[in-house]
Write a protein that binds this ligand. Structure first.
Ligand SMILES: [Zn+2]
Length: 290
């Protein structure tokens, strides 16, 4: 059993690249051996690109494949008068009633501990849903902002203890290492992971911080240092979630490298079967109450 917690559908993104629709996503899942995929919305946030998908698109497409696709909802924290006290309860109630199991992908260009984010995150936690966040300090991209060492993420975890925050994105995964340079925080660092990273520290300290290992950022963080990645996965095997972040018609299995990463690790006996089963589906089943 393999659950992908991070997939997308839509029409077109930057450079007129075509996104997958529901049937195409399911076809790719069949080819890649993925049983179920969480479909995350994007279009509620103005930083999203062109014609992607909003929560209604996601719910509609997922309803055609109820055993394969799991809808996530998305609310921008600035929605509703841009007010840090906005009540989102009515909207969350509707989304949960329509089958949404989580929130994401959260990608505004705001500090993660902005009062509007904290307000939304607390309310999402009350509905029992986790939030998949994208963290990126690169000024030209979308994504939540933080300072070196992720002090704002730490404050968010403290201020929203009932809410499971699922880390994702370049700046989040760059901080798996200690001594991260400004350039490394904006991209996809390679080479040995130095001790003292914010991500292992925060994941060990806060039960409400989990991580999704999708995209080039997640794959890069786990594969860049063969002596660190497998040990990290063993240590945090109860809080890591398999994902691809696959969204384009043109994406190939060779490009989405996380798909063939695990069969190789298991064949070489670098990761235990127990840890893999949790990362592959047991953690998602527990977190999303599937
Ligand atoms: Zn994504």
């Amino acid at each position: 059993m393999l659950i992908d917690v991070h997939g997308h559908i839509g029409r077109v993104v930057k450079d007129r690249k075509e996104m997958l629709d529901g049937p195409e996503l399911v076809k790719k899942m069949d080819e890649w051996g993925i049983d179920r995929t969480c479909v995350l919305g994007l279009s509620e946030t103005p930083e999203a690109e062109y014609m992607e998908s909003d929560t209604d698109d996601v719910i509609r497409e997922c309803s055609h494949f109820p055993t394969r696709l799991i809808p996530f909802c998305l609310i921008d924290p600035r929605f509703g008068l841009n007010d840090p006290k906005m009540d989102f309860g009515w909207l969350l109630e509707e989304y949960v009633a329509r089958g949404c199991r989580g929130m994401g992908e959260m990608l505004p260009k705001l500090p993660i501990d902005d009062p509007r984010c904290l307000n939304l995150f607390r309310q999402v936690g009350k509905f029992g849903m986790p939030i998949i966040i994208d963290m990126n300090d690169n000024p030209i991209y979308y994504g939540l902002r933080d300072d070196p060492g992720l002090p704002r993420l730490e404050r968010t975890l403290q201020q929203c203890p009932e809410t499971v925050i699922v880390g994702h994105g370049p700046t989040f995964w760059a901080e798996i290492s200690g001594g991260v340079s400004v350039v490394e925080r904006l991209g996809y660092p390679t080479g040995p992971v130095r001790p003292g990273g914010a991500v292992p520290r925060l994941m060990a300290k806060y039960p409400n911080l989990w991580a999704d290992i999708s995209a080039g950022s997640g794959y890069g963080a786990l594969s860049r240092d063969p002596s660190f990645g497998p040990a990290f996965m063993e240590k945090f095997q109860d809080k890591l979630l398999f994902g691809t972040d696959c969204c384009l018609r043109s994406s190939t299995r060779k490009e989405v490298r996380i798909v063939d990463f695990f069969p190789q690790l298991l064949a070489e006996k670098k990761l235990s079967r127990d840890a893999w089963e949790k990362i592959a589906h047991k953690n998602a089943t527990r977190l999303l109450k599937l």
